[in-house]
Design a protein around this ligand. Structure first.
Ligand code: PXP
Length: 236
């Protein structure tokens, strides 16, 4: 499996003091050097961490694939088409949430999402939908012509080491298998850490894991490069 590194939390730290420290671009450069397959950034509507200028700088200076997480809004669609990241991962977004709490409900807005994806495809952007491991969401992602789904591993991560772990894990396995049968490629992420990530090897066919919080947290103690390398060693 490959490792997409989410560097949003570097921006969160930077924004805490309002200056340019730590540099989000430097984080992207280090992630690239440490072998990340993608640099993932989430440009939120409220710009609470990543800013438009971060996307611009990363785009100009980084060769590794950029995976732009974003809400399905016309504003974000226009930004993506202008900047042409390698991929866009469409996520639900609520202003009050601390992080992306659930998957995108593709099922109840299939027509909107299909129409939303089309211009992104026309611009040559690979499109992924961040969904819960739920059969009807997988079918809808397929109906919308998504290239990838990213399975939300948050419920599994929260259940890790509890009696619900197996149940949540089986949902991921079933959804990943169904998606691949339908011709969708599969990524996964959210809440994965150095303790639970090894279980992702047991899900057939996952291409890339997108991991942020645990890597940036570990980086505080061992440095970003080592934190990424340690995670890569666990998933490779
Ligand atoms: N994938 C998606 C779509 C996300 O929204 C996030 C959180 O920003 C992640 C992966 C990474 O989650 P975490 O920070 O818990 O590793």
């Amino acid at each position: 499996m490959e490792l997409g590194v989410n560097i949003d939390h570097v921006a969160t730290l930077r924004n805490a003091r309002g200056g340019n420290e730590p540099s989000v671009l430097d984080a992207a450069i280090i992630a690239q050097r440490a072998g990340a397959s993608a640099i993932t950034i989430h440009l939120r509507e409220d710009r609470r961490h990543i800013k438009d200028s971060d996307l611009d700088e990363i785009k100009k200076n980084i060769k590794t694939n950029i995976n732009l997480e974003m809400a399905a809004t016309p504003e974000m669609q226009a930004i993506a088409i202008k900047n042409k990241p390698y991929s866009c991962c469409i996520v639900p977004e609520k202003r009050q949430e601390i992080t992306t709490e659930g998957g995108l409900d593709v099922y109840s807005q299939e027509n909107y999402i299909r129409d939303f994806i089309k211009p992104l495809h026309d611009a040559g952007i690979v499109v992924s939908l961040f969904i819960d491991p739920d059969e009807k969401q997988v079918f809808s992602a397929h109906n919308c012509n998504a290239d990838f789904i990213e399975l939300h591993t948050g419920a599994f991560s929260n259940a890790f080491s509890t009696e619900k772990e197996k149940e949540e894990f089986e949902k991921l396995k079933t959804a990943a298998a169904l998606a691949q049968n339908l011709g969708l490629k599969v990524n996964a992420g959210h809440g994965l850490n150095y303790e639970n990530v090894h279980l992702m090897h047991e899900i057939e066919g996952i291409i890339e894991l997108n991991i942020g919080h645990s890597i940036i947290s570990r980086a505080v103690f061992v440095g970003l490069e080592r934190a990424i390398e340690e995670m890569r060693d666990l998933i490779i």
